[in-house]
Design a protein around this ligand. Sequence first.
Ligand code: DAH
Length: 398
Amino acid sequence: MVVPQRQGEANPTQMGVEEKVRKTLAELGVNDSPGVESLFAELRKAAKEERAQLIARGAANQPQRERLCKALRDRWLARKGGFLSQVDEKWLKPAGKDLKPVVGRQFNELRRFVTDLEFEKLLEALPLQQEASPQTELVLNAVGTARPAPRDITLPGLRRPLGSLHPVIRMQREIEEIFLRLGFWIESGPEIESTYYNFDALNIPESHPSRDDWDTFYIDSKTVLRTHTSPVQIRAMEKYGAPLYIIIPGKCYRHDNPDSTHSPMFHQIEGLAIDQDITFADLKGTLDFFAKMLFGEKVRTRFQPSFFPFTEPSGEVAVSCFVCGGQGCRVCKESGWIELMGCGMVHPQVLRNGGIDPDKHCGWAFGLGVDRFAMVKHDINDIQLFFQGDVRFLEQFR
Ligand code: DAH
């Protein structure tokens, strides 16, 4: 709705910050919470912009820099006449009963916001220029007698906060390192995959429950979001033939409801070794070495029989708990063992599907969940924490 302006009445939307803080809320025609909130949002925006403008324009020399920084600080924070103290006087104190709580809250937030802008620290960061632009002074209403001074290139630059590697990617890199040292290389494949590579070529029959659309995200009847990294086994065999020593890290997708142990997107690393005369002993030796490199010399590994359509025989590998040494604790859920991965000797039909003759070559493979590894390593009990992007959580892994 357009409210016609009476003659002589100030239009609040065109008023500058200086003018607004000199009027009461009633005079500004603000009488509800959304109005108060947007007024304060305007102030926060102005504070941030003024700081950015000052940095962009710089100062001509050290005295001017000090004066500009102090002027900006005083403009907002001076006890007498600073914007915050005017807001206190004009908006907070006279506010009526129903608006007072929201004005109070917003006022506190503004104070925190302006304090966080750390105007004082600009003293170090404000770039010195050959010549100060006249606007620098105008912005702050402080007229100076700037003389051109040489730019001081020894001053520290503005620091941008540095990010860090995500804990899951860190875990992935750690695992990659171990296998790279053993002579494996890293291969990758598409996350949008055909049902042929994701299932058929891996010997997973049409009737297998994992093909159900309860478990798999179908894009169309022949295309899925890959449910594991195993399809890249076939792609790599087709591309390179034998011998082959690769690991395949990457994202996988399953139709799981997110909870503390499930996520519809998660990370796996696949391992594949193909050569002549490879035996189950090679598989055991390699994975035992891997576990010791990752969890410490003292851990032992345990291989139990299992079933996967693409390996024969198949196994599950567990490692003795690296926290309690196998006595039983919270991390190993009192069992003394931590499940690591599935593995096995590559099924002859899978070799054939990858164009490799099972009479000449054989091999082993494994698949592990990187997120789970990172959870075990850092004693994290909720996989969701990895994917919520909460900086307070992520910062702990710098
Ligand atoms: N692809 C299996 C899964 O997602 C994991 C796996 C098990 C991979 C055994 C392998 C293997 O290569 O040999 O559950």
